[in-house]
Design a protein around this ligand. Structure first.
Ligand code: C2E
Ligand code: CA
Ligand code: CA
Ligand code: CA
Length: 278
């Protein structure tokens, strides 16, 4: 709605200017934040059902800006994707997660695998598989420990992104399809993309205890995963009832506040299914 501003009425064009300005400011703040070390990673457990043993963790990036406070990744990742900073930020995220995993390994408390989210823009870089391989070598981590999480939309276009995913997989890295079921061509992608893990979106998990379409979809998705020999992870599990129902439907992996919130790496103690350093 138009409102009085400096003696004239604001127009839709003014609002667009404001949005563009805020996008540019946020982008500049991201650049500065990377240089000033304002980012850190938190890690959320992925557990086995029904016993709750930690089988993996997913790293999630956090940004604490001096004036803005905590800015959610849903807000700043898209900006970093649009201004290209995600390439550098993504590399920092990957290296930081690998250093953390190597540290857990030395302490004998490393889970079997760790997941890192990777955006479309990173996959579009032909050098990305080489960068990943170099970081793994530098931190002394075997590629089979790493799970790269990609969204359906990131690989929807086919082309370069799909080739990158293929090359990562050829290195021995596992590929997880994130937010599965929310994209344009969820099932079609499974025909062309090398994928080992399906992360079933929390929107299907939310109402899984109630009879209705979400429960039907959650049931179908576990059948697809099992039929193709893929691991399905139910995302956003918040209650014991949801966990029990997911287990009944055939889910053997879950992630969500019910099992553990994302926490800093130092807060990770151990898990009943840790691997010990060789
Ligand atoms: P995602 O990859 O689907 O991550 C899962 C999100 O669900 C996380 O939000 C997590 O904190 C949240 N979550 C976990 N358990 C529950 C639950 O039980 N209930 C609910 N309601 N939410 C739960 P977060 O950390 O805010 O991240 C949001 C999104 O931002 C991520 O979605 C991912 O798309 C992106 N993102 C986060 N970290 C990174 C990163 O390091 N790189 C890239 N490229 N994207 C990232
Ligand atoms: Ca993810
Ligand atoms: Ca997800
Ligand atoms: Ca998501």
């Amino acid at each position: 709605a138009a409102k009085a501003d400096g003696g004239r009425y604001r127009t839709y064009a003014d609002d667009l200017d404001d949005a563009a300005g805020e996008e540019a400011r946020l982008g500049a703040d991201l650049r500065a934040g990377l240089d000033r070390g304002e980012f850190h990673l938190v890690y959320q457990p992925i557990v086995e059902l029904p016993n709750g043993a930690v089988s993996a963790v997913e790293s999630l990036v956090r940004w604490t800006h001096p004036e803005r406070g905590n800015v959610p990744p849903d807000v700043f990742i898209p900006v970093a994707e649009r201004n290209g900073l995600i390439v550098e930020l993504g590399e920092w995220i990957l290296r930081t997660a690998c250093l953390q995993y190597a540290d857990w390994w030395r302490q004998g408390i490393a889970p079997e695998r760790f997941g890192v989210n990777v955006s479309a823009r990173q996959l579009a870089e032909p050098a990305f598989p080489h960068i990943v391989a170099a970081i793994l070598a530098e931190t002394g981590i075997h590629p089979t420990r790493l799970v790269v999480e990609v969204t359906e939309t990131a690989v929807f276009g086919g082309g370069a992104e799909v080739r990158t995913v293929q090359e990562l997989n050829d290195l021995g890295i596992s590929i997880a399809l994130d937010d599965f079921g929310t994209g344009h061509s969820s099932l079609g992608l499974l025909q062309t993309l090398p994928v080992q893990v399906l992360k079933v979106d929390k929107s299907f998990v939310e109402n899984v205890t109630m009879a209705g379409r979400h429960a039907v979809i959650a049931t179908s998705l576990i059948q697809v995963a099992n039929g193709l020999g893929l691991v399905a992870v139910a995302e956003g599990v918040e209650t014991a009832e949801q966990a029990a129902e997911l287990y009944r439907l055939g889910y053997r992996r879950a992630q969500g506040y019910h099992f553990g919130r994302p926490v800093p790496g130092s807060a990770h103690r151990s898990s009943s299914s840790t691997v010990t350093a060789a």
